[in-house]
Design a protein around this ligand. Sequence first.
Ligand code: SF4
Length: 287
Amino acid sequence: MDYAGFLAQRLDGKVQKIAVDAGLSCPNRDGTLGWGGCTYCDNRAFNPPYCDRAMSVTQQIEAGKCFFANKYPDMRYLVYFQAYTATHASFEHLRSLYDEALSVDGVVGLVLATRPDCVTDELLDYLQQVNESHMVIVELGVETAHDRTLQLVNRCHDWTSSLMAIERIAARNIAVGVHLILGLPGESDDDMCSTVTQISQLPVSLVKFHQLQVLRGTVLARQVERGEVMVRDWTAQQYAELCARLATLLRSDIVVERWVAQAPPSMVITPRWGLKPAQFQQLLDSK
Ligand code: SF4
């Protein structure tokens, strides 16, 4: 099943995700856990043009609705709190943001992108209630099951925290999505296969795969330039071959929302494949 099928199974009709930037930060950037963030991170790589943190949540959703207005009649929306860590604030503040989003006409649910160490019981109690009348998906940046890699890229959390977060969220019947990065420094194909095998044993509903992208101005870009860190110099063909292998290891009911990431080309140092997700899917299907 693809992502559209996953949503259609749970919601009647067409649903569009609208990203909002709620002005939140990240504990790995604001000193709560660390400064400077994960070595590869630049949030500008995935913030759509209609997201503007100077606007309210409602204004951003309405701007997103205009952006997608002509796609389908009777469209309904999932609000995607995507920028930085969408659950990193006081519970009262988070609840006011999410409640505002849910009050906008046409909104049928929330997708929250966050870290495994940023999901409190108080928040999950609230989301469990929301989940009874709306769709809720919590997307966790897991990235890899290997602690040595998590340390190398300065994630400031370990695999155990991912395991615990996945179990705690799923225990409340809330859909769990995980982000995994392929090609992290020092990881072999077998390491990535091992991560996917372990994810397949957990109550995960969705996975997003990303190829590691070295983005201009990041810590990773400087480390690579100085020769301190090696990253894979691989072709889209080679990446597709690995993805085909991972697909055989992934539990069959886990939905792959995406196999490739797509930062704006001007930000990307490597790899510069220039492939859109649909083009990559064709490549993958040929394997
Ligand atoms: S990747 Fe996520 S957790 Fe890491 S610094 Fe960026 S926003 Fe924070």
